[in-house]
Ligand binder design. Sequence first.
Ligand code: ADP
Ligand code: DP6
Ligand code: CO
Length: 324
Amino acid sequence: MLKGSARAHTNIALIKYWGKANEDLIIPMNNSLSLTLDAFYTETTVTFSEELTTDIFYLDDTLQDEKGTKKISRFLDLVRKKAACPLFAEVNSYNHVPTAAGLASSSSGLAALAAACNQALQLDLSDRDLSRLARRGSGSACRSIFPGFVEWQKGNSDETSFAEVVPSSGWENELAMLFILINDQEKDISSRDGMRKTVETSAFYDGWLQTTTQDLASAKIAIHAQDFEKLGTVTENNALKMHGTTLAAVPPFTYWSPDSLKAMNAVRKIRAAGLPCYFTMDAGPNVKVLCQRKDVAQLKEKLTHYFADEQLITAFSGPGITYL
Ligand code: ADP
Ligand code: DP6
Ligand code: CO
């Protein structure tokens, strides 16, 4: 019996990954940059065993059906090939984050699974190679191997596409991300399908792609200079551009709900009144607000004028992979 257990935290991109250059290898169209968070995480145990005749996947103690298991079986096939191991596996995973709601469960979920496999099969992967492996499960998962600010270098092959830490002299610890939970149920269009439809059909996709390189450079300059306003401005602008692409897809779609707009407007108002804060959104209706740690209590208080206390969750910079 070969067993491994790991914990991975979610990450939220400030400069988004939105579109694949290679669907099979999960090579992205552009570099992305994220913040790993402390508040949301996944813990996964994998056991490869001669007694199993198929892969089995429990998520939060619920046995997953064939469709849900197939996704991780495909990932386990990659691992089995790498390790020259023919055994089926039982995967037990606990999401301390709502699943498939646009809160980045695939980033922590697949990073934790990759690390658990690394341990179980004694692959002894470097962090970079673990990042490459996690990427094959879900693109954003390659960034959850690392703490704090992380950049995913898109590369142009399996070997050259991986994430790495963006040096920031610990500035990430002076920041916070406040989550406004609008809907924690499973979204209608997965990130994978949403980005595929966008790349294939959106008239705005080229516009998005042409400006992400500049956005990423601005974000890195802002991190280097510890310039919060600059980082926040480019973060918010980048997210709005990403969401703009879905409106021009055929057929068009959006991840926004009426309350997402209410949250974005609240952030703009609070900012105009003098508290620096900026929003970002992913493939789901929930809104995340980037602010400075010193302002987090004040921001939360101001947001309670718009949303219930239970809808507001505070996150700070979080750690990379931990083996359990
Ligand atoms: P999210 O916004 O939550 O990242 P995605 O559409 O990107 O949503 O991915 C959701 C999918 O990620 C789930 O349907 C499931 O296949 C996978 N996933 C989420 N959590 C886990 C986990 N703990 N272990 C394995 N796979 C997971
Ligand atoms: C909008 O990593 O979930 O959150 O690679 O197909 O599994 P797959 O998609 P995923 O996409 C994340 C998209 C995003 C932006 C981001 O996290 O960079
Ligand atoms: Co995801």
